[in-house]
Design a protein around this ligand. Structure first.
Ligand code: GLN
Length: 530
């Protein structure tokens, strides 16, 4: 097994995760089996309890792990299927160490960061190497070099090189080379200093990836090579991608990143054939048609809160030969100014997942607008609950129908707490999580889009469609077209006769890839297009 560690320098949000994922694409095209994982130095056990304002989207894996959104990049850019093993946080490390201490496993020793915390970190890498088959593990270290909380991770990795042999390990440092406008120059000093910090710890990166707004010329590369003690050929640039993030592998291949990595680790592989990949990227960049899709949510101003949804729309667009212009609408604006102002020009309306009552009425108005005006509607998780509430209120005339999440005293709780949630008191990792099967109804839109009668989709919710209202809602025209195998839990609702009105209790956005767009997203964009 070969090990590649990706660290970041100077500032956060450099696109380390994207670089790691894009490298994964390239190495897979060289025939290697790649495993990706992320270490996050924060103390939360997982990001599941963090607000999207803090951390962007929570990405859910098949096994129900609530993880960092970079794992979404990893799964979209490669064929790897990840599990809770692939996202380690300081919180998890300390939780394990403290549990062992309470059990008495340390046999009277003083428990310390070195060796106990660092051992736990190394154990995880060994565990992944043992349990997941592969040729290379790419591990991204969250945060920025110099952060106090990142130190135990870096120290563990320093030790790890000795354990598995330095020839099997390489460090890539992703750094910012800022452009100083007044001087009209790119500056290398921050890179020199952040690499110096790593070397102080005993880590010498073999490859430097320079994130920059302008071309990093040869003179600058020479300088970085000299100060950072790497060969000149191993200093590469990674400029902002213009049209789509799926260009990243192509940009990095131009700089021979995959070749450099294979040389650094003694991996003998053929050159990658990127013809098909390039064709996919071309389809994303040069579509024949365009559609406008409104995403009505509450974290609209954040780039990362609905990351997987935006990506899934891009994949679905490419497969329909159409570009998707995403119109981000704050649900509270719809409450204030009405839906026409925002929705009359769009070709489709998507309501994403969410928690808490802010903006709920605006989302309900949007669903009503979509239903009445025959605009394609796609509801995800909360978006299905919204569609149900809207239908109950406005078609079945169930006054003040609601979810008990938003109105515990509603006379018509069409969305109620899942039975299994009634005893739950803790917030962390306690929702209905991960992959569950759904059976699809013969003759339904869902069934025809999937082309199968049963599917596995990822979940993250506490509330559910209330079966007590099923008959009434179905008689009025809201069809439950997907259920749990025992038939008790509604997983999909749709309105037959509407051009496209489909809402799901799960998160299809976690299973879409550029070359395998999710069938429901594909159908939604196709409906918007027509
Ligand atoms: N808040 C809703 C629930 O817990 C929806 C969750 C979601 O959209 N992920 O059921």
């Amino acid at each position: 097994m070969k090990y590649l560690f990706v660290t970041g320098g100077v500032v956060s949000s450099l696109g380390k995760g994207l670089a790691a994922a894009a490298l994964g694409t390239l190495l897979e095209h060289r025939g290697l089996k790649v495993i990706l994982q992320k270490f996050d130095p924060y103390l939360n056990v997982d990001p599941g309890t963090m607000s999207p304002f803090q951390h962007g989207e929570v990405y859910v894996l098949d096994d129900g792990a609530e993880t960092d959104l970079d794992l979404g990049h990893y799964e979209r850019f490669t064929s790897c299927n990840l599990s809770k093993l692939n996202n380690l946080t300081s919180g998890q490390v300390y939780e394990t160490v403290l549990r062992k201490e309470r059990r008495g496993d340390y046999l009277g020793k003083t428990v310390q960061v070195i060796p106990h915390v660092t051992d736990e970190i190394k154990n995880r890498i060994h565990e992944v190497a043992k349990k997941m088959e592969g040729d290379i593990i790419i591990t991204e270290i969250g945060g920025t070099t110099g952060d106090i909380e990142g130190l135990p991770f870096l120290e563990a990795l320093r030790q790890f090189q000795d354990e598995v042999g330095h020839e099997n390990v390489a460090f890539i440092h992703v750094t910012l080379v800022p452009f100083i406008k007044a001087a009209g120059e790119l500056k290398t000093k921050p890179t020199q200093q952040s690499v110096a910090k790593l070397r102080e710890i005993g880590i010498a990166p073999k490859i430097i990836i320079c994130r920059a707004e302008h071309q990093v010329d040869n003179e600058l590369r020479d300088k970085i090579a000299m100060f950072c003690n790497v060969p000149r050929s191993n200093v590469i640039q990674f400029l902002d991608v213009k049209d789509t993030i799926y260009e990243a592998p192509l940009k990095l291949h131009q700089e021979n990143l995959d070749g450099i990595v294979c040389d650094a680790l003694g991996l003998k592989t053929p050159e990658p054939d990127l013809t098909d990949y390039r064709a996919t990227v071309d389809r994303i960049i040069n579509p024949a048609y365009q559609v406008k899709i409104a995403v009505v949510g509450k974290y609209i101003e954040l780039q990362d809160a609905y990351k997987s949804i935006y990506e899934s729309l891009t994949h679905a667009g490419a497969s329909n030969d159409c570009g998707v212009q995403i119109v981000r609408i704050d649900a509270e604006d719809i409450e204030k100014y009405g839906p026409e102002k925002y929705l009359s020009e769009v070709d489709g309306i998507l309501i994403p997942g969410g928690f808490g009552d802010r903006g709920i009425e605006g989302k309900i108005l949007s669903a009503q607008y979509a239903r009445e005006n025959r605009v394609p509607y796609f509801g995800l998780c909360l978006g299905m609950q919204i569609a149900t509430i809207e239908f109950a209120r406005n078609v079945c005339h169930l006054n003040r129908a609601n979810s008990i999440e938003f109105d515990p005293d509603t006379p018509h709780p069409v969305i109620c707490l899942l039975e299994e949630q009634k005893e739950v008191t803790e917030k962390g990792a306690s929702m209905r999580l991960g992959t569950w099967e759904a059976k699809l109804r013969e003759g339904s839109l869902a069934r025809s889009l999937y082309g199968r009668d049963s599917v596995n989709e990822r979940h993250r919710h506490r509330y559910e469609f209330n079966d007590a209202y099923k008959e009434q809602l179905e008689t009025a025209g809201l069809l439950v077209s997907g259920t749990s195998p025992d038939g008790t839990l509604a997983e999909i609702v749709e309105i037959p006769g509407h051009p496209f009105f489909l809402a799901v209790q799960f998160h299809p956005e976690f299973q879409s890839k550029p070359r395998q767009p999710h069938p429901l997203f594909k159908g939604f964009v196709a409906a918007a297009l027509s």
